[in-house]
Each structure stands twice: as C-alpha cells, then as structure tokens.
Ligand binder design. Structure first.
Ligand SMILES: NC(=O)C1=CN([C@@H]2O[C@H](COP(=O)(O)OP(=O)(O)OC[C@H]3O[C@@H](n4cnc5c(N)ncnc54)[C@H](O)[C@@H]3O)[C@@H](O)[C@H]2O)C=CC1
Ligand SMILES: C[N+](C)(C)CCCC(=O)O
Ligand code: NA
Length: 504
C-alpha cells in the first residue's frame, strides 16, 4: 500500500499570488472516503474573499507582467507548471486518492493528464501569437480590416469532485493560455490537489493574480463568483441543478456561461462483435472506472437480444474479478464513492430500482469485507423499463442498467431516450452501422468500439440537458477568447453621406 502518511498541508486561499486567510476564517473538514476520517481542513471562502480575488485578477490583467504577455511567454509558465506537476506526481496522486477515494492508479494517470493538458495548451498559446491578428480582405479601397483574438478577461471556473485536479485544469490551462485571469472554485468535497496547484504557481513564479484559488461551499463561494459584475464568464462542470442556478445568476448580467452537466450515456452492443470479452471490458470500464463517478459514464447498456444472456454472463465474470479495496492498495480497481451523501444517494437509486420492479443481477450493497468507508459493490441491474428512475436519472456511482433490443431502429430509439446528450458508444464491426449511429446519437461525444478514451485535442461537451460549450481542443481555448473586429477607413476622400455645409 502506498504511504497514507503523506502530509496534507494546511493551506489558505490562494489570492494575488499569496496564501490568504478567508475573511470570515471558516474552514471545512477534509474527509477520506475510504476511512471516513477527518484528515485535515480547507479554507472556506465567502463573498468577501470573492471580491478580493476578482480585484486581484483584474489587477493582473491591467499589469504588463500578465496583461501584456505574448502566448509564447504564457506557454513558458504553463510548461513550468506541467514540469512541477510531474515532479510532484507521486505526492499529488496520493493526495488525490486520500481526498476523493479514487484508486491510486487512476490518480496517477490523472496527474499525467494534468501535465499533458498544460503542455497541450502551452503549444496552443504559442500558436495563438500568429493567429492573434487575422486580416480580413474586403476587396475595398476604402477600408482595412482585421480580427483580433484577445483574452476574454476575468473568468470564474467552478469545478466538481470526480476528477478534482483534472477537471479544474481542463479550464485553468486554456484560460491561462488565452491570457485571462482566472478564479478557480473547486468542489468542497475534494479541493486538496487544487490548493497544491496554488503552491506550484507560487513556486514557478506565475504572475500574481493570474490564477486565484478559492475553496469553499457552492452557494457561499461559487454563488458570488457566478453573480459578480466583474467576472466576464463562468465555465462550470457539475450537476444539472447547480448548472441551472449558475446560468440563472449569470443571466442577470448577461454573463456568458459554459456548462458541462453530466449524463446518462448509452453503450449499444450488437451481436456481430467478434470478441465478447473485449466488449465486456469496455462496458465495465465505461461504468466502473472512477467508481462510476464520471459525467460521460456509459451507464445504460443496450444489448442485442440474441447475445444478451451470453454477454451478461461474460460481464458478470469480469465484474466479479474487480478488486475493491482501499484506493491506495496495489491493484485496487474500485474505491469508495466520494462522500457519505453520495453513498446514500447511490444506495437509494438501487433500492428505488428494486421497488420499481427491476432485478439486481449483481452487487447492490456494501462489499462485506469493507466495514468502513463509502464503498458500493459494482452493480448490474436488469428487467429495467424506460419509465424507471434508474433508466432516466444520473446515478454517478458504479451502477449499470441493462435493456435489450431486437432491431437497429429500436436501439437508436432507446439510446436517445434521455434528457441528456453528453456521450454515446456503439460496439459493432459493421462500419456502415457505426456511421448510422454516429449520425443518430444526439450527443457531443461518440465512441465506436470503446468507451471513455479522452484526448486533449478533441472537444468535450454535450447537448440537450448535458449543457453547452466545449472544453479541450482548440474549442476550449476559443471559449476564453474575445473576438474583436477592427475596421479602419483608409480613403482620403470624404464619406459624403451628408451634404457638406461648406458647399452651401
Ligand atoms: N457532470 C459532472 O461531472 C458531475 C455531476 N455531479 C452530479 O451532481 C450530484 C451532486 O454533486 P455535487 O458535488 O453537489 O455537485 P454540484 O454540481 O453541486 O457541484 C459542482 C460545483 O459547483 C459548486 N456549486 C454548488 N452550488 C453552487 C451554487 N449555487 N453556485 C455556484 N456554485 C455552486 C460546488 O461547490 C462545486 O464546486 C452528484 O451526485 C452527481 O450526480 C457531480 C459532480 C460532477
Ligand atoms: C473521460 N474521463 C474519464 C477522462 C474524464 C471524464 C470527465 C468528466 O467526468 O467530466
Ligand atoms: Na474528501
């Protein structure tokens, strides 16, 4: 087992390049979901601290050392942060696991992805210098025009607990690459690694105020950020109800928002697949990775009737083989869910499914060998109908529900039978069929013969109630840029719209 005695530093808010005690001095306990123990505390920001952080961000933009940087200069900061993340990878990964319950293997992979995301946006920041000013030819002798890509300004980044540092970095890296000044508000359930990012920024000498980190409760710290008149945009990842509140607050000031709100994504498995084991493993990975706490989790298995029983049989064999343990143990593949609240919520979804008439084919309980911690067995639910809660609502836990289909049309209808539209997967060796599904799925992300692989270069986001806007790729950068057109009259001739008074 990895060292659980990695010290958790007692941090303050990171504002204007310094550690600063919250004005009201409140703190929130850090709970390790594997042991239910309090292992430290984080500062709790309120509206007063938000005001101070917004002021620090505005100053950073007004100062040359941040506001007048080139993309190439900002790329140097991003690369320095990436290098520090890799240098501290083992400590950061352990902290992520202690705080969120994520398996150490996944935490370590997240830290690689965090560094990779900073490096990717460093490249894009450099490339931005040549794209900063784009001439637009009007075929006119009288006008010279161009378009500028400029930083949007002060941006608020409100992020969830399922990938505590990675989800923050999907927004922090492009915001800094663009030249914005950012205020990050991570989830109160898992903020430790985001505070460590503050220390990294201090160590590499990121200009003060370019990134500010405010930990705290949603309504107390996130709310004032969303409604702050000097915050130019909010980029949010989290639950639908909170996304809706943030959009409502932002709407009062016509503040743009970008919302990434999770889903109830389908994985459709056809009987023409060559290898049941390969499909079974992707199905497992799609719902049990990160203990199912993934916005894009493929939580609805839609399997062709002709192979349903063979496929479920194989799925069960793979599921029984998953090691459930303390996330720091070697080879752990399923840790606890993040909090007591999430644990209760997941178990309630399972008991509601049972009382609505579904069958718990596997799991559904706390694993017997674990007496403490917020553990839930990997769970597979069958005999599901489309009016059941388990078919419709996002569980955000290790719970897969299963329906069978006969025809392709039926599969498409079932796949799109959801208010969400984040991701969808299809498993089939028929290329034409995969193309038909790619067109038919009402989502922003399509996986063919896999589920969940994610790349920095590709846009990430959904439609319908999964939200709008895109993280990652060039789209993630555009989301933090203001597009400014410049039109210059270059003719020596008068405009001659009005009759000139001099000729009267
Ligand atoms: N789509 C996704 O990636 C995620 C979905 N969820 C879903 O949401 C459920 C609830 O989890 P929560 O942690 O409560 O998610 P949440 O959506 O409430 O929290 C996400 C972030 O929003 C902040 N927040 C909460 N209320 C706010 C407000 N009024 N104004 C501004 N910011 C606010 C939180 O502090 C956190 O930083 C989960 O059970 C899960 O089903 C949770 C996390 C991530
Ligand atoms: C695809 N994955 C698992 C790397 C990240 C999913 C991000 C999310 O839950 O929002
Ligand atoms: Na925690």
């Amino acid at each position: 087992m990895a060292n659980r005695n990695v010290p958790i530093s007692r941090r303050q808010l990171y504002i204007g390049g310094e550690w600063r005690e919250p004005v009201k001095k409140n703190r929130i306990p850090i709970i390790n979901p594997a042991t239910e123990e309090i292992i430290g505390d984080i500062p709790a920001a309120t509206a007063e601290d938000v005001d101070i952080a917004v002021e620090a961000a505005r100053k950073a933009i007004a100062r040359d050392d941040w506001g007048s940087t080139t993309g190439a200069q900002r790329a140097k900061y991003l690369r320095a942060i990436a290098a520090k993340v890799l240098e501290k990878k083992s400590v950061l990964a352990t902290l992520e696991s202690l705080d969120s319950g994520k398996t150490l293997f996944e935490s370590a992979a997240d830290m690689d992805d965090v560094a990779g995301c900073f490096e990717y946006y460093a490249d894009l920041a450099e490339a931005l210098d040549s794209r900063r000013k784009t001439p637009v030819n009007l075929n006119s002798d009288s006008f010279k025009t161009y378009v500028l890509r400029e930083p949007l300004g002060v941006v608020g980044l409100i992020t969830p607990w399922n990938y505590p540092l990675l989800m923050a970095i999907w927004k922090v890296a492009p915001a800094l690459a663009a030249g914005c000044a950012a205020i990050l508000k991570p989830s109160e359930l898992a903020s430790v690694t985001c505070l460590e990012l503050g220390e990294i920024c201090r160590e590499i000498g990121l200009p003060s105020g370019a990134l500010n980190i405010l930990t705290g409760l949603g309504p107390e710290a996130g709310g004032p950020l969303a409604s702050h008149p000097h915050v130019d945009k909010i980029s949010f990842t989290g639950s639908g109800p909170t996304g809706s509140k943030i959009m409502t607050a932002a709407a009062q000031l016509v503040k743009p928002v970008s919302l990434e709100l999770g889903g109830k994504s389908p994985i459709v498995v056809f009987d023409d697949i060559d290898n049941l084991d390969i499909a079974a493993e992707w199905t497992l990975f799609g719902i049990f990775a990160n203990t199912g706490q993934v916005c894009s989790a493929t939580s609805r298995l839609i399997v062709q009737e002709s192979i349903a029983s063979a496929f479920l049989d194989r799925l069960l064999k793979w599921t029984k083989n998953i090691k459930i343990s303390d996330p720091l143990e070697e080879d752990c593949k399923l840790g606890p869910v993040v909090s007591a609240g999430q644990y209760e919520k997941v178990l309630k979804f399972i008991s509601n499914a049972k009382s609505e008439g579904a069958t718990i084919l596997y799991g559904g309980k706390r694993p017997q060998h674990l007496k403490k911690g917020y553990y839930v067995q990997p769970t597979i639910i069958t005999d599901v109908n489309t009016s059941m809660e388990i078919w419709k609502e996002e569980v955000f836990g290790p719970v897969l529900c299963v329906k069978t289909f006969k025809t392709e049309e039926e599969a498409i209808e079932l796949a799109n039978d959801t208010k969400y539209g984040l991701a969808a997967a299809v498993m089939s060796k028929d290329v034409k069929r995969c193309e038909r599904f790619t067109k038919a799925f009402q989502t922003g992300i399509i996986w063919i013969n896999c589920s969940q692989p994610t790349f920095n270069q590709l846009p990430w986001g959904g439609k319908k109630r999964s939200g709008f806007g895109r993280d990652l790729g060039e789209w993630g950068l555009e989301s933090f840029l203001n597009i400014k057109q410049v039109t210059e009259y270059t003719s020596a001739e008068p405009w001659a719209f009005y009759k000139s008074p001099s000729r009267n």
